[in-house]
Ligand binder design. Structure first.
Ligand SMILES: [Zn+2]
Length: 212
């Protein structure tokens, strides 16, 4: 029987002792924590105005790397959504608006200046610098955040660290996961296990169908 013991759980970091599981299973869970569990990141950016020193593409790239709080219950992956709209709908994307003007001194625009249409889906930190504006310079844009997977792009990786080490006895492993901030670390592990189980189930069904 597989047993799981929580060794440490600080919200953003979790350390679990897995007993009686196969190494390959434990390793698959570890990998799913990085590449399969979806998280939210800014994807499309529509720049309406940019007189800052940063090129549009660099600004868009910076926005993409801002960790965003994720809700896997209310949002679905764009490919799983039935809206078929390239810009998405209220089930598969969240709109952020940024409207910033340089004041008399050089000022810094931060992640906290992004205004989200959904109060729950916002940057994990408000203090990430995005761009500096001199007097008279301005940035005005719309940014669309979507769920995605780490295997598509690192910006969608829900965890910054996911490592597996040997436990004290045979068939015992320690899985340590640190969240990038969008989801609690424990939630990432639970979701990884759920997705892995679903994948195994799919495999079972297709093998059974092929055997008929
Ligand atoms: Zn949609």
């Amino acid at each position: 029987m597989a047993k799981v013991k929580v060794l440490e759980d600080t919200g953003n970091y979790v350390s679990l002792q897995l007993d009686g599981v196969d190494r390959s299973y434990a390793n698959a869970v570890r990998r799913f924590c990085l590449s399969e569990v979806p998280s939210m990141a800014i994807d499309d950016v529509v720049i309406l105005e940019n007189s800052s020193v940063l090129y549009d593409e660099i600004l868009a790239h910076r926005l993409g790397m801002v960790p965003i709080r994720t809700d896997l219950e209310r949002y679905i992956l764009p490919e799983a959504c039935d809206c078929g709209s390239p810009l998405g709908c209220h089930k598969c994307r969240v709109l952020f608006v940024l409207d910033a003007k340089g004041k008399d001194k050089v000022s810094t625009v931060h992640s906290g200046d992004l205004v989200s249409e959904d109060r729950e889906i916002r940057p994990v930190s408000e203090a990430i610098p995005l761009v500096k504006l001199a007097q008279g310079q301005s940035v005005k844009l719309e940014a669309y955040a979507r769920l995605g997977r780490g295997k598509e792009h690192a910006k969608w990786q829900p965890s910054s660290v996911s490592v597996l080490t040997d436990g004290k006895s045979e068939g015992s492993f320690i899985l340590s996961v640190e969240s990038a901030g969008g989801l609690p670390a424990k939630k990432i592990v639970l979701k990884a296990i759920q997705l892995l189980e679903e994948k195994l189930k799919e495999m079972q069904v297709s093998i059974e169908a092929a055997a008929k």
